[in-house]
Design a protein around this ligand. Structure first.
Ligand code: ADE
Length: 267
């Protein structure tokens, strides 16, 4: 995968791209990721990328010319990638809220161009004519799109096959399976009188699997009950959820279904 980040603060991106798992993925050739300086595409000698808004009002607006020129240059430099393999993404608080499902969608693309806004916002012609998507990383406003771009890169990169080592697998991640992750423990077995749960030391892998699933469900119910409505639940999951008081997850009884069908048919 190739990622280009268009920004007026390329050093902010370059530094982060050299570190940790993303840095290692780049070294291993699993990921090409570069920061592109939007100022290099400004057309005036002051390298201006912003200007005052027409109609007045506070703040400055990102001019369209440097952004379009930078995208054209990056696309021309990656002409071996068909346009269907490419996403041009605007990072803005007005975008679709980024989540694990979107990370997985982006992880199979060939080329991501991430455009970081600054100032009060983008000239609307950028929004109208460039991006294939607009993404937000949450309902709060940051000073620019650089941190959001790094968030997206981090979440996407770790899903590229080979980027995580086998002991760093993404399969059990919170949100990948639709529920929050179960609690983890490591040595020592007792720390300040707080012991590791016995089951984890039992060596009984079936029991451990069940314990972890139940802790995941319990935690998801307590912290993010909304997730349980859209994640696949087994019959055992439902029985467990009911046993801890979440009766709305009771497995539907055939008799109940028949009764509700009859009720639906009633005039
Ligand atoms: N730029 C400023 N705030 C942002 C946010 N929450 N998400 C994406 N881009 C942004």
């Amino acid at each position: 995968m190739r990622i280009d980040v268009l920004t007026v603060f390329p050093e902010m991106i370059r530094h982060a791209l050299g570190i940790s798992i993303v840095g290692r993925a780049r070294e291993q050739g699993l990921l090409t990721a570069e920061a592109v300086d939007l100022r290099a595409f400004a057309f005036d000698r002051h390298r201006t990328t912003d200007d005052a808004p027409y109609g007045g009002g506070p703040g400055m607006v990102m001019r369209p010319e440097p952004v379009f020129a930078a995208v054209d240059s990056v696309v021309a430099g990656s002409s071996q990638i068909a346009s269907e393999g490419r996403d041009i993404i605007l990072l803005t608080p007005q975008g679709q809220v980024f989540n694990q499902r979107l990370a997985a969608e982006l992880a199979v693309r060939e080329h991501l161009i991430l455009i970081c806004g600054r100032y009060e916002g983008f000239d609307e012609r950028i929004r109208d004519h460039l991006p294939t998507r607009e993404l937000s990383i949450g309902d709060y406003v940051l000073t620019g799109g650089e941190l959001p771009a790094l968030v997206v890169i981090d979440a996407v990169a770790r899903l590229i096959p080979g980027v995580l080592g086998s002991d760093e697998s993404a399969e059990d991640d919170s949100h990948t399976s639709g529920v929050l992750e179960y609690p983890h423990y490591t040595r020592p077995p007792v720390f300040r009188d707080w012991p590791v749960p016995d089951v984890l030391l039992s060596g009984n892998h079936a029991l451990i699997r069940r314990w972890r699933r139940e802790r995941s469900l319990e935690r998801t119910l307590a912290r993010r009950p909304d997730l349980l409505d859209s994640c696949p639940l087994t019959e055992d999951d439902r029985v467990f959820l009911v046993s801890i008081g979440a009766t709305r997850f009771a497995p539907a009884k055939p008799a109940t279904r028949e009764r509700s069908r009859r009720a639906a048919r009633a005039p």
